[in-house]
Design a binder for this molecule. Structure first.
Ligand SMILES: Cc1cc2nc3c(=O)[nH]c(=O)nc-3n(C[C@H](O)[C@H](O)[C@H](O)COP(=O)(O)OP(=O)(O)OC[C@H]3O[C@@H](n4cnc5c(N)ncnc54)[C@H](O)[C@@H]3O)c2cc1C
Ligand code: FES
Length: 282
């Protein structure tokens, strides 16, 4: 049945899970950079999640999510065999794949899974792909094995030094850019402060930098305006004009502010869900 969860893997128990979902129509069309909007049940919010991988032959898509608030907590309650009520996609513009040169794909936290699909697209187009991935500690690092299966180089950093370089992904990036003049593009997917830091790091080197923005989305088709971001002084809608944009032109301060706009309500909704789960079910 469409939208059925065929496989669930708890990558970081209680925090991050991976779902392989039967969605043949989406799998057939999805490209790197696309996302889906899903609703867990009739009372559920619509939440956007990046397509981390596809298997066209078996008609499946893979999503990886961080349990952050009420809707991702509801998603986490589903198990193999359960179906997601609505799954809409593929949405957003696909990644612009350049050919020739070295592409550095930087991923932080859950963003590593989303970056994986983009890195795969660049690799399949014949580019030399270097992955730089980072997490707070070794046990929170995602998709290392998956990236190593096709990336000739995977550089790792952890904040606490429990694995790879002790420090930030931007330190590895700066070091690489100082030594390597073949880099034609840097792609960054992760928390907003990380993407902003990547853009600041690449700017002096003049290397084109793509960031994948996670602005608040509602309809996902350009009608509601919820996802508006400022890029190069112009208003753009992340759902239809993005989610990928030129990182040197994004107003990250405004994005951070808009993402935090509903924090008190989101906290209240999550606390209510934790206390009284019965009301959330259809
Ligand atoms: C294009 C896109 C792709 C994304 N891909 C992934 C992914 O692959 N994995 C992943 O873990 N997360 C991803 N996100 C973020 C994810 O959508 C939010 O974490 C999720 O909606 C949180 O919902 P919640 O109810 O659990 O948390 P809430 O408590 O409602 O919100 C927590 C935080 O999540 C963000 N958020 C809340 N609602 C939305 C919304 N409707 N749209 C966007 N952000 C929202 C806000 O920053 C908010 O402060 C993506 C966002 C976008 C826009
Ligand atoms: S989510 Fe409504 S316009 Fe983009």
């Amino acid at each position: 049945m469409a939208n059925t969860i065929l496989k669930k893997e708890r990558l970081i128990p209680g925090q991050t899970s991976k779902l392989v979902i039967h969605a043949p129509h989406i799998a057939a069309k999805a490209k790197p950079g696309n996302f889906v909007i899903l609703r867990v049940n009739e009372k559920g919010e619509r939440i956007p999640l990046t397509i981390a991988d596809t298997d066209k032959e078996h008609g499946t898509i893979t999503i990886v999510y961080l349990v952050l608030g009420k809707s991702t907590a509801l998603l986490e309650e589903l198990n193999e065999g359960d179906a997601i009520l609505d799954l809409c996609g593929p949405l957003g513009k696909a990644t612009h794949i350049r050919t020739g040169g070295t592409i550095i794909c930087v991923g932080g936290g859950t963003g590593i899974a989303a970056m994986h699909h983009i890195a795969k697209g660049h690799h399949e187009a014949g580019n030399h792909v270097v992955a730089i991935i980072g997490a707070r500690s070794k046990d929170l690092l995602l998709f290392e094995k998956e990236l190593k299966s096709f990336c000739p180089e995977v550089l790792i950093s952890t904040d606490d030094g429990s694995y790879g370089h002790k420090g930030l992904v931007t330190e590895l990036l700066k070091d690489r850019l100082e030594k390597d003049t073949t880099v034609t593009e840097v792609v960054a997917v992760g928390p907003v402060p990380m993407m902003a830091a990547v853009a600041r790091t690449t700017e002096p080197f003049g290397v084109y930098t793509t960031v994948s923005l996670n602005s608040i989305m509602v309809d996902g088709v350009g009608m509601c305006g919820a996802c508006r971001v400022t890029v190069g002084g112009e208003t753009r809608f992340a759902c239809v004009d993005g989610p990928e944009f030129d990182g040197h032109k994004v107003d990250f301060a405004e994005l951070r502010q808009r993402l935090a706009a509903f924090s008190p309500m989101e906290k209240q909704s999550y606390e209510h869900h934790c206390r009284c789960k019965c009301n959330d079910k259809k």
